[in-house]
Design a binder for this molecule. Sequence first.
Ligand code: SF4
Length: 97
Amino acid sequence: MTFALGSVPERLAGNHFELDEEESHIAVNQELAKQTNAGELLERVCPAHVYARNADGTISVEYAACLECGTCLAVAPVGVLSWHYPRGGFGVAFREG
Ligand code: SF4
């Protein structure tokens, strides 16, 4: 038996995101981000492309696409990120394995 898995973007498109427009579950300490150049690392590791480096070393966060995998929290320099799961009823709902 074979499965047509599709590309990663195709598979991610099957997920559903319930956006909490009042509260982001990710916050960045921008001064520490600039000092540690954390933006480059976060851009590389996040599978959902939530983070984007700005020219001044700060980091923009598009939290609506977060897959809640926790990778960024595991690799970010201490103190750069404040991350928690979205409030109940919000966040990602996986449609495929
Ligand atoms: Fe990206 Fe995963 Fe961090 Fe969400 S938890 S911002 S998907 S690395």
